[in-house]
Design a protein around this ligand. Sequence first.
Ligand code: HEM
Length: 538
Amino acid sequence: TGPDTVSPTGQPTGADQARMAQSGSYLTTAQGARLYDTDHSLKAGRRGPVLLQDHHLREKITHFDHERIPERVVHARGAAAHGTFTSYGTAATVTKAAFLAEAVETPVFVRFSTVLGSRGSADTVRDTRGFATKFYTSEGVFDLVGNNMPVFFIQDAVKFPDVIHAGKPHPDREIPQAQSAHDTFWDFVTLHTEATHHTLWNMSDRGIPRSYRTMEGFGVHTFRLVDAEGNTTLVKFHWKPKLGVHSLVWEEAQIINGVDPDFHRRDLYDAIEAGAYPEWELGIQTFPDTPDQMFEGIDLLDPTNLVPEELAPVQPIGRLTLDRNPSNFFAEVEQVAFHPGHLVPGIDITDDPLLSGRLFSYLDTQISRLGGPNFAQIPINRPHAPVNDMLRDGMHQTAVHRGVAPYRPNSLDGGCPFTAGADMGAYVETPVRVPEATKVREAPETFQDHFSQARRFWLSMSPVEREHIIGAYTFELAKCYEQAIRERALQVLANIDAELCTGVAAGLGLPAPEPTVPLADVAPSPALSQLGHTWPTE
Ligand code: HEM
């Protein structure tokens, strides 16, 4: 049972609503006592000392003193909007998820973000962008916590603190605010060559989107869909923007950072206010759920890999429209808590070791960021499905739970029959066979190729996109203090492509090294170029 002051739609009622709107004819203290003045402290005489007994003064300043909460440890800067997801029903053949049945409309909240800058940093920095969607489905909340790039820097979550420490500002100088242009970042990505593919995406035009409205989104990991009969299909999720994929050029991005650091935030808000509602199509690439979880030689559990759309086309399954701005940034954009483990029946995870670590990390960090374990009661996080849990008490508890026996079965609270099984619409984990195994701290053989997918991306770029990539690497590496890091980065580029390496080497005034691995014989994937973007249903 939820808090008493919440209506069935999840909106606050009565006194809470009045407090939200500040629309009453008089102000009150937090306890409801009416105030006649909030501009003057209580003093002993007009020019005399302020009196400690002024409760209103102390309450007002104390509350103000505690207004700030910690910013997110990553993805601190973001903007968000409400909207609706309308399902086409095309995914109903592979999943029993109720919100993916034909013509079902589901309310959503979507938060876009940069990754590495602080809350006050600029929007148009070169960085990955977050694309996190909360679906308030009839079966509970489903969060698709994705990025605007389909691959990630690392293959195992145990390295996540390391890659973020390398990407965040230097501990001594606290610069730079943005992702690139510093030694620790380039040190990490050249020593951990699994980061090569994601870094190349960052150095491409995808690293400086024109607008949140013109970004693709990707679930990155391979997920597992389950139909009503228990049949499973492996999938990758894609968001395709109706406006196409567009980027800034670097000079524009730099000028905008100075002139309007809120450029993306403003663009999203203004478009929605003007009625130009941004739209995306959600699509899936599907792969047979074979025991080895490989597809065309690509390990589907390796998050540094993508599957070219030419090998597995993106099939549209629904449409997202964002049509309402938040009314309170703190209550909605700051307090929203996404989690890749918020799943609904019909959608399950795979054993991608990066995803496994994420399943632990988000809840853990949110307990600290949102002040305890009860943040699911914050309005923006409340499911629209009924909640009947046995979680009790804790910091910031607002529910008034009834009953005396928060355990099952019990003979005191009268009922709540608890019959396990899928027939009651419960979330049942797919009984996937775990391969026979010995404990190891090792990556699989199939995670060892760090260059061929990067090479495919490079070969798929148009001439102007290649020119931008060479310019980006040259600009960023020129900012490194350590010559050895620049040289190591050129070695990584030589292992991707000679044209890329010689272009950057010439810009840096350094010799271009020979590759240390045989260059992969890969076909270009035209869909990877921004020029190759398609809106699937057209
Ligand atoms: C936040 C995406 C990997 C830990 C976020 C957000 C996104 C995101 C979009 C922002 C959510 C929001 O708007 O509130 C991704 C993607 C990943 C990835 C696509 C890889 C495919 C990881 C890994 C970890 C991690 C491996 C840790 C092991 C976090 C944390 C936050 C976060 C701690 C802050 C959450 C909060 O304070 O609410 N991530 N992430 N992420 N991510 Fe990830």
